[in-house]
Design a protein around this ligand. Structure first.
Ligand code: IPD
Length: 273
């Protein structure tokens, strides 16, 4: 047993899982009911297209308050506020609204994404939509949407795969991502850009798309979806560094897709491996 496996074994995963699911439900209710008021207060971050609503901040505050009340020694890493260091070895990784641009425009494809890490190992993932649909998984326990088990699809080859992707907010990165998607499009069944990395990953787990790739995302975008994908049986490739290439795919096409993407992403773009 490695040190981190020992740490995971001594933590009450069921408690973390139940708490993460309760928090996801409460936070998703908040973003649904508070949308109209939140849209009166919209700010921008890395670029004028990179928005943050008052609800992103309010929802993260709610999650931090609840986590600190229930588990005062845990750390919290979220999209909208500073890192809260912990002492327990447990860290919560939260994106209060993934798919903020969809939320801004009133498109329902967005979610609250909550992951839990124990000594650096992702062990719980919960992704909840404003409609209340909840994707969830805990390490070793399988992946589900509400009560239904999730399984990836089995496309026979990349040429018949439906591939989801996303684009960052920075102009230069978008231009590079556009080049890759243009070269990939003739090699796959089709491309989807739905606007939420967390839900893209859940869709891979559910077999609703065959694969997802993107670089330039952050751990809060993908942490929960990665646990759900792994537990569903999808192949996941993660970068060593934040903002590197994340790929999740049905096992039947993962190898072929990795090879294509590695050939398309230029080393000069500095995408961390
Ligand atoms: C974004 C979404 C989008 C992805 C972007 C992310 P946000 O997260 O997940 O699908 O393409 O890279 O930044 O800004 O809505 O939390």
């Amino acid at each position: 047993m490695t040190t981190s496996q020992r740490a995971v074994a001594t933590v009450d995963l069921d408690h973390l899982y139940t708490l993460a699911r309760e928090l996801g439900t409460e936070a998703a209710r908040l973003i649904r009911s508070g949308r109209e008021a939140a849209l009166r207060d919209v700010d921008t971050k890395s670029d004028p297209t990179d928005v943050v609503t008052a609800m992103d901040r309010a929802c993260e505050r709610l999650l931090r308050e609840r986590i600190s009340a229930a588990r005062p020694d845990d750390g919290v890493h979220g999209e909208e506020h500073d890192e809260l260091p912990g002492t327990s070895g447990v860290r919560w990784i939260i994106d209060p609204i993934d798919g903020t641009v969809n939320y801004l425009y009133g498109l329902n494809h967005c979610c609250v994404s909550i992951a839990v890490e124990v000594d650096g190992e992702l062990v719980v993932g919960v992704v909840t939509t404003p409609a209340g649909e909840q994707f969830h998984a805990r390490r070793g326990g399988g992946a589900f949407v509400d009560d239904l088990p999730l399984h990836p699809a089995q496309p026979p080859r990349v040429g018949l795969a439906l591939v989801a992707t996303g684009f960052g907010y920075l102009t230069e990165r978008r231009a590079q991502q556009g080049q890759v998607v243009a070269a990939l499009l003739p090699q796959v069944r089709d491309i989807r850009r739905l606007g939420s990395a967390a839900l893209d990953l859940c869709n891979v787990a559910a077999g609703k798309v065959d694969a997802y790739y993107e670089w330039g995302t952050h751990i809060w975008d993908w942490a929960a979806g990665v646990v759900i994908c792994r537990e569903a049986g999808a192949c996941v490739r993660l970068p060593a560094d934040d903002e590197g290439l994340v790929v999740a795919a049905a096992p039947t096409v993962a190898g072929e897709l990795h090879e294509i993407l590695d050939g398309l992403i230029s080393p000069e773009w500095g995408v961390p491996a």
